[in-house]
Design a protein around this ligand. Structure first.
Ligand SMILES: Cc1ncc(COP(=O)(O)O)c(C=O)c1O
Length: 315
């Protein structure tokens, strides 16, 4: 065993394939439709859901290349930053997190960043104008230089974790769902999870994405992600832009009421910023009669709720 084998994410014993279970929901049953839940939130207690799917290939690539440090980017409440910090602690990588907003420097850390720091992540705060250019290699080079890191020792993961490796990591999610349902629903932030999921599904299946951000720009970004990961379009997918509830981190009372009711009906905790919006949209579509009688739809539970609760402050 080389020293880097210890950094193989498989040593963390992920629960894969993740469980897939039908649930009885009268809003679907009334239309003759079966609802299945794909419980990616159960893959690993600290690297759950799409965090596992997207980070694991990056961790493997870093390990294979002998890189001992992970560098990534995120907002002050980023789930991706926290997952990267946890992965570093669990697998023995040093981690550096570049946080959007230099006004945060010197202020007490919020609970999310405090958790990153407790997991050993070195935090660097960046002004918002520069942060918008973090895909520019010159900006990354300046960060590495400022942190005293040699480029050859560092594996860089973009904001949200959606690079080509991550998209390819999400192909397995689609493969696990082959033959299970005609439509597979997933919440979208960067669209990386959908880009990979669609590529892994069978020819008679389609992925249906529910963007949680306003803007309508995501389709182009998913095409770009698929081009980077697969060289061109892959699989059938579409987006329904009607269920962002006002934009990222907006969780109005109607959404919370829906999520609480879903939790009561089906006995699983519903993450509010992404999963609740997808489940709401999927249920609305079922009630509109969008799915043929006799068909099945699968909803991907891409993550568990935050330990600190839904909270309104998630930039
Ligand atoms: C729970 C959850 N679901 C879905 C997503 C969206 O994933 P993506 O950015 O790949 O579209 C995220 C964001 O990372 C997330 O935290």
């Amino acid at each position: 065993m080389t020293p880097f084998d210890a950094r193989d994410p498989a040593t963390l014993r992920p629960r894969l394939p993740s469980p897939l279970r039908p649930v009885g929901d009268e809003r679907f049953a009334r239309r003759g439709v079966t609802l299945l839940l794909k419980r990616d939130d159960l893959i690993h207690p600290e690297l759950a859901g799409n965090k596992w799917r997207k980070l694991a290939p990056n961790l493997r690539a870093a390990s294979d290349a002998g890189r001992d440090t992970l560098l990534t980017f995120g907002g002050a409440y980023s789930n991706h930053l926290r997952a990267t910090a946890a992965a570093g602690r669990l697998l023995g990588f040093a981690t550096v997190g570049v946080v959007r907003g230099d006004e945060l420097a010197g202020r007490p850390l919020n609970p999310s960043l405090a958790q990153c720091a407790a997991d050993g992540m070195r935090l660097r705060f960046m002004d918002r104008a520069t942060y918008r250019r973090t895909s520019d290699p010159a900006v990354v080079a300046a960060v590495l230089d400022g942190a005293g890191l040699a480029p050859g020792s560092v594996h860089v993961v973009p904001e949200g974790g959606s690079n080509a490796l991550a998209v390819r990591g999400c192909v397995d999610l689609g493969r696990e769902l082959r033959g299970a349902a005609g439509t597979v629903a997933v919440a979208c932030g960067t669209g990386g999870t959908l880009a990979g999921l669609a590529a892994g599904l069978g020819p008679d299946q389609r992925a249906l994405g529910f963007p949680v951000l306003r803007g309508g720009f995501l389709g182009r970004e998913i095409q770009d992600l698929q081009r980077a990961a697969f060289g061109g379009p892959a699989g059938a997918w579409s987006l329904d832009d009607r269920f962002h509830f006002g934009g990222f981190a907006r969780t109005p009372p109607a959404l919370n009421a829906f999520a609480e009711d879903f939790e009561d009906r089906h006995g699983l905790p519903v993450e509010r910023l992404y999963v609740a919006k997808m489940l709401y949209g999927l249920t609305a579509l079922a009630e509109e009669g969008a799915f043929p009688p006799g068909s099945s739809v699968a909803a991907v539970v891409t993550g568990p709720p935050e330990p600190s609760g839904p909270g309104p402050f998630r930039p």
